[in-house]
Design a protein around this ligand. Structure first.
Ligand code: DQA
Length: 145
């Protein structure tokens, strides 16, 4: 079955590669999205990706995805821990969203232990670095089949 998937990334993830490499590794966002593009191409899946540092732009991207995407791989960055508005946007779109984190947020500062969006996502992948995205993508495709 052909699917269209959105890979959505939030604040500061454009700096991957140089941002706190001891936490997030040295792969760039292009490297990570490139992995998913290869996977998608091999399965006849259309993949679009978007990164923004702005909460409103991420909400708009989710609203727009309602019109074309079958599901979303979403790393909301720090908005994970702060944004009721993103949670409401996910609920409103009724799209299957997989919450994705490079780091194991539960092994880090306490303020990262709570996610506003987990409860409205189909699942969460965290702690596997670049691999988190691949695992999230595979899980989303399985969920859709
Ligand atoms: C992150 C974890 C968040 O706590 C942090 O604010 C990020 C990245 C991750 O991918 O591990 O920006 O979402």
């Amino acid at each position: 079955m052909a699917h269209k998937i959105l890979v959505l990334n939030g604040p500061n993830l454009n700096l991957l590669g140089t941002r706190e490499p001891e936490v997030y590794g040295t792969d760039t966002l292009d490297d990570i999205v490139g992995d998913l593009r290869k996977l998608a191409e091999g399965q006849g899946i259309e993949l679009r990706d978007y990164q923004s540092n702005s909460e409103g732009a991420l909400i708009d991207a989710l609203h727009e995805a309602r019109g074309w995407a079958a599901g979303v791989v979403f790393n909301p960055g720090a908005f994970t821990h702060t944004s009721v508005a993103l949670r409401d946007a996910i609920s409103a779109t009724e799209l299957p969203v997989v919450e994705t984190h490079l780091s194991n947020v539960h092994a880090r500062e306490e303020f990262r232990h709570h996610s506003y969006i987990s409860a409205v996502c189909v699942g969460v992948v965290a702690g596997f670095g670049r691999e988190s995205y691949r695992l999230a993508f595979d899980a989303l495709i399985s969920h859709l089949q």
